[in-house]
Ligand binder design. Structure first.
Ligand code: FAD
Length: 405
């Protein structure tokens, strides 16, 4: 862009009109936006646009209302004044619509995703291939990785990353009726852990709680954690289109997981970074993936070694941030939860979210939602954004994906 200094060389009260593309959050980024600012505010606006990757289409003095269709660079006088946050002081005149681009997720063909191939009345009978603990010595509770053979079904039970399957535990409930199915997020990619295209793996925590002085164990989670290789298990599904990965190899993916909420994230990360997966799936992720993982103790970390390997092999593409509540402290001296990590990295997270290629995935116990919401509210406010407006906008653009239970 050429710069002329003869027109606006001082703070003379004139207004400047700036037309910019690719600037703002969500929908805003897809429309050309027009700002009218005073000379004093022009530089800070320019800096903000540059920082956030916006493209300036036109700058003109004296409030000339420009057309967003203008394509030739305009001459502009850039004031050499100290930067200040332009924040709310920039008055937006009117966004000028440009032809709408589809959201980044639109490339995912939801119609092609398999659902309900097997229903509760006629479930598929899978065979347990493997069942082992994912926890290290000293961990709290029981969490197992369980793999089922799906071979031989007609139709073949297949699925994609981000889906769940149903398990119907053997036996009957208190009323003598067959147990109802429980859903579990799939922890393997569509190719299965052995890449043979006919297995599915789950990451299951045994539910355990105290009631009236008695320790109660969940029906299905205990059934699964105890099950032996060779046993037959009733499987339904797959279900779910909420947690699908975008097809775009350059998408950015922020993952917020607690406990077994890691299951879908493991599928994404294997698809992105496991060498044999990359070779097989022909999908070569080049974006940025950032996993935030919350657990009570180091011994409760799940698939931790794999994630460190991906971090070492793909340092420009993968980042792994842990919150270990009973071993680490947040800035206030309290337990370190995942929302504390979100707050710590608020600036970077929101800079990523401002990019229309960024998707956020949250999975784990329902109790994690208020904390994340609070952290996102504070983080957004620090950037002059209103999370209560931004979140539905991201959801509408299919960039905010939540599966909590
Ligand atoms: P149940 O025997 O069904 O007992 C559950 C019931 O116990 C609750 O409904 C409640 O009434 C009671 N209860 C639970 N906690 C307490 C408490 N503290 N105090 C008093 N009462 C209590 N789980 C995983 O481990 N891994 C996954 O990947 C996973 N993915 C899921 C994905 C989806 C989409 C959904 C909806 C759930 C997922 N779950 C997952 C949870 C799973 O479906 C089961 O709910 C869980 O395993 C418990 O089932 P259960 O049969 O063992 O417990």
């Amino acid at each position: 862009m050429r710069v002329s200094t003869d027109k606006a060389s001082g703070s003379d009260g004139r207004l400047f009109t700036v037309v910019v593309e690719g600037y703002g959050v969500g929908k805003q980024r897809r429309a050309a936006r027009t700002f009218t600012v005073s000379y004093d505010r022009l530089q800070s606006l320019m800096q903000s646009i540059a920082r956030n990757g916006g493209r300036i289409r036109l700058v003109s003095a004296d409030s000339v209302a420009p057309s967003a269709e203008a394509t030739t660079p305009a001459e502009v006088a850039v004031p050499h004044q100290a930067a200040s946050d332009h924040g709310a002081e920039v008055s937006e005149v009117q966004p000028t619509p440009t032809p709408a681009k589809p959201p980044a997720a639109a490339a995912v063909s939801h119609a092609a995703v398999p659902v309900n191939l097997y229903k509760p009345k006629e479930p598929f009978l899978g065979t347990v291939l493997d069942n082992y603990s994912l926890l290290a010595e000293g961990a709290i509770g029981r969490v197992n990785h369980i793999t089922f053979d799906l071979a031989g079904g007609d139709p073949q039970l297949h699925y994609v990353e981000g889906q769940s399957i149903g398990i119907i535990p053997d036996g009957t409930d208190a009323a003598g009726k067959p147990h109802k199915l429980r859903l579990y997020s799939i922890a393997s990619t569509r190719h299965g852990d052995d890449l043979a295209d006919h297995t599915v793996s789950l990451c299951v925590r045994q539910l355990e709680y105290e009631k009236d002085g008695e320790t109660i164990h969940g029906v299905c989670s205990t059934f699964l954690c105890d099950i032996q290789p060779g046993a037959k298990v009733k499987i339904t599904g797959p279900v779910g289109k909420e947690m699908l990965l975008p097809d775009d190899e350059e998408a950015n993916v922020i993952m917020l997981a607690t406990g077994t909420g890691i299951a879908p994230m493991r599928t994404y990360l294997r698809r992105m970074f496991e060498p044999a997966e990359r070779e097989k799936n022909g999908w070569h992720f080049r974006g940025k993936a950032w996993l935030f993982m919350g657990v009570p103790k180091t011994a409760n970390l799940l698939y931790d070694e794999d994630f460190h390997r991906y971090e070492a092999e793909y340092p420009d593409n993968f980042r792994y941030t842990k919150a270990i509540s009973r071993e680490e402290q947040n800035s206030k001296g309290g337990r370190m939860y995942i929302q504390d990590r979100v707050l710590e990295h608020a600036d970077e997270i929101f800079a990523m979210i401002e990019n229309a290629k960024t998707h956020v995935y949250m999975c784990g116990l329902r109790g994690m939602e208020p904390g994340i919401d609070e952290a996102m509210t504070a983080a957004a406010a620090a950037k002059g954004l209103d999370w209560s407006q931004l979140r539905p906008q991201l959801k509408k653009e299919e960039r905010w994906h939540v599966e909590t239970y």
